[in-house]
Ligand binder design. Structure first.
Ligand SMILES: *Cc1c(COP(=O)(O)O)cnc(C)c1O
Length: 405
């Protein structure tokens, strides 16, 4: 038995991951590859006819890319570096697209040379560059969304208005490119079905207007944003995404868009965190549990862990990860601010938002398991800020224990 900050981990910590975490004697991040594969297969069942293009940045490990490619998935790559890795890992080039609207001439030329023929865009300037450096390529235009309902809305950096999307696609056609599709991204960790519904309405409007201009796209890219299931928000409240409803809205949306379009229309989706977050967990350890009065005059407990914002938990600004203390069961708890090991004050949960109940008897060196931390962990880590190295990763073995590859 183990003490969990808040509530029991229950179904969110599968047996293979739990066994691998228990066997670990040093800090590491452990992935359950079979769990990732199962999440992919479930997604394919829930959204029949929608092809998966894994958003690599969420977990760019060769083994993950290879396993997903064997199951028919492709990759959403953000630049030539990710394209090269996807190819190396065995993803067929026809199932890789360049999903980043931001690219230099050189990036475009490099990706084109590597065989990429489908590119995201959202501006006439980018289209003009694609026409020169990837002549004849297929382009899909990203339509901006509000990001409402997502833990991380994607601001204004990507996507254009429906008006601009029509203009961009006309430019693409006139420049000798293939105006092949439309895309959206509803915001990362999108918690509502309504956001998908709104995105479908915008896509439908653009499809109608393109049809009137004789531009017939062949696919719609539904982007990322599908949620992880095991997160808590900044206040520590479990985020409980209505996944079944989201899938139903997407299924209805694809039917609706096919009806509007009237011709053959393929769909792809670019899940990132949904596939990997819940199937990765970190084994870290307690640096120190302290109690002190701070500059604001408040007396608080602080729990410093060996892992924080700069070595695996970059998203601690938006989340409180679930913590398990496997060597403590029952016993009194204290409410603490949880923080990472570095000399940077951003390396902590916000204590305005909510303190985390932790065992009062925690001692330096005690293990802590950080659940649902598999997304944006191995990639989103510093090279060793303050000398705290990136976490090594290992794989849970379905036969028990963990193994290094
Ligand atoms: C990051 C990204 C994704 C994945 O987002 P998640 O919220 O992790 O699913 C998908 N598509 C694009 C273009 C992205 O940049």
């Amino acid at each position: 038995m183990s003490a969990v900050a808040g509530s029991a981990p229950g179904a969110l910590l599968g047996a293979p991951l739990a066994a691998a975490l228990a066997a670990a004697t040093e800090d590491r991040i452990v992935y359950d590859l079979a769990g990732i594969e199962e999440r992919h297969d479930t997604l394919r069942r829930e959204l029949p006819g929608v092809e998966v293009r894994f958003a690599m940045k969420a977990c760019p490990l060769d083994e993950v890319l290879t396993a997903l490619a064997r199951r028919g998935a492709g990759a959403d790559a953000a630049g030539p570096g990710e394209v090269e890795q996807a190819l190396r890992a065995g993803v067929p080039v026809a199932r890789i697209h360049y999903g980043n609207t931001v690219k230099s001439d050189r990036n475009i030329a490099d990706a084109h040379r590597l065989g990429i023929r489908t590119f995201a865009t959202d501006s006439v300037q980018d289209v003009a560059a694609l026409a020169v450096h990837a002549p004849g390529a297929r382009v899909f235009c990203r339509v901006a969304t509000a990001g409402t309902g997502a833990v991380w809305g994607l601001s204004d950096k990507f996507g254009c208005s429906p008006d601009d999307a029509v203009r961009v696609m006309e430019h693409a056609r006139d420049a000798g490119l293939v105006p092949a599709g439309l895309s959206v991204h509803v915001g990362s960790q999108q918690m509502t079905g309504e956001a998908w519904h709104a995105a479908v309405e915008d896509l439908g409007e653009v499809l109608r207007r393109l049809d009137r201009r004789g531009i017939r796209v062949d696919h719609v890219n539904l982007g990322g944003g599908l949620p992880a299931l095991g997160y808590r928000d900044r206040r520590g409240t479990p985020l409980d995404p209505p996944l079944d409803k989201i899938f139903a809205v997407i299924r209805e949306g694809t039917d609706e868009l096919r009806r509007i379009h009237g011709g053959p229309l393929d769909f792809v989706i670019e899940p990132g965190r949904h596939l990997v977050a819940d199937h990765g967990a970190i084994r870290a350890h307690v640096a120190r549990l302290t109690e002190r009065r701070g500059a604001d005059g408040e007396r608080r407990h602080w729990l410093y862990l060996s892992c924080g914002k700069f070595n695996g938990l970059y998203e601690m600004d938006g989340l409180q990860y679930r913590l398990v203390f496997p060597t403590h069961s029952g016993g009194p708890t204290v409410r603490a601010v949880v923080a990472g090991p570095t000399c940077d004050s951003d390396d902590a949960y916000s204590h305005e938002e909510g303190l985390v109940p932790v065992p009062a008897a925690l001692a330096s060196g005690d293990p802590v398991w950080i659940l649902s931390s598999g997304a944006y962990a191995t990639s989103y880590t510093t090279v060793g800020f303050n000398g705290f190295a990136p976490l090594p990763h290992t794989w849970a073995d379905r036969a028990g224990g963990d193994r290094r590859r």
